[in-house]
Design a protein around this ligand. Structure first.
Ligand code: ADP
Length: 272
């Protein structure tokens, strides 16, 4: 179950989800296996950053006189710690969402502004992978009742996935459209795509599809499960589309819209 880099492969967990006609006992065994696989992945994901952090810390003490090497080592430490922090945050979040402990702080928000904040947060990964990001805000503003921070988290997850699962220099299109009583925000990429058999399962907890050779960040299959739960908490839905492997993917979040606030007329749309 390990790939050439010594990481556990993800197909086992993914495939066990696909066969629906299991007996109760088989399902229990499959669940136990998924849990074991997840623990192995978790251990790997938490272990992986420790070696570079430890090396960089040793280098720091040996090269204290060289500002450039000090900066390089510090950057490694900051990047790896950030990666670990976001994994642990996702884990804590998933556990809180599944136990029903997440309460939304709802306010009237414009999804275009939410999207602009998400773009800002996802920008480092998008730029690092030299992707071209196109943003379309529909002609109308997209007012909804929602938790701004949680909605940004949803879109950052989708944008980061688009960046991760698209070969360098790809195109990502983020579009916000208002239609009557709902608004849709979609993130489309021209990346590795998703096998049709996997599509209905990508929102499952710990589900991961095929591992790509250029994939540098492991992940734990938590992001889309979180996205799904958070969108549901907002009374919306999220859909995954792909024509198949190699044909790109599109994730669309649809939320019920509300009337614009009386004082919204003069507000500027976010910079594209
Ligand atoms: P992670 O990215 O940590 O594996 P996610 O829950 O965010 O976990 O995604 C689950 C799986 O769905 C990923 O492992 C990947 O196989 C697939 N996936 C998600 N987004 C995309 C995308 N934009 N293009 C192709 N595959 C994707």
């Amino acid at each position: 179950w390990l790939d050439e880099a010594g990481r556990p492969t993800r197909w086992m967990g993914a495939l066990t989800d696909i066969h629906d006609n299991k007996t109760g006992e088989e399902e229990l065994r499959a669940q136990a296996r998924r849990k074991d696989e997840f623990l192995a992945m978790l251990a790997h994901e938490l272990r992986n950053p420790l070696a570079p952090i430890s090396n960089a810390a040793q280098l720091l003490s040996m090269t204290a006189h060289d500002p450039q090497r000090v900066r390089q080592s510090s950057e490694v430490i900051v990047r790896q710690v950030r990666h670990m922090t976001s994994l642990v945050d996702d884990l804590l979040d998933v556990s809180r969402v599944t136990r029903g402990l997440v309460e939304l702080e709802r306010e009237r928000v414009d999804l275009c502004l939410v999207a602009a904040s998400a773009v800002e947060q996802a920008r480092p990964l998008i730029d690092a992978r030299r992707h071209h990001l196109v943003v379309h805000y529909g002609p109308a503003r997209a007012w909804i009742l929602g938790d701004r921070i949680r909605l940004v988290q949803v879109l950052v997850n989708l944008l980061n996935n688009a960046a991760k699962y698209t070969a360098q220099g790809g195109t990502i299109v983020l579009a916000v459209e208002a239609h009557g009583d709902s608004v849709t925000v979609s993130v489309r990429d021209d990346g590795i795509g998703i096998d049709r058999a996997m599509l209905p399962h990508v929102f499952g907890l710990f589900t991961q599809a095929e591992r790509t050779p250029d994939r540098s960040q492991g992940g734990l299959g938590l992001g889309l499960a979180l996205v799904h739960s958070l969108v549901q908490l907002h009374g919306g839905r999220v859909e995954a589309h792909s024509e198949g492997l190699g044909k790109g993917s599109c994730f669309a979040v649809t939320l019920p819209s509300v009337a614009a606030p009386a004082d919204a007329q003069g507000e500027e749309l976010p910079v594209r």
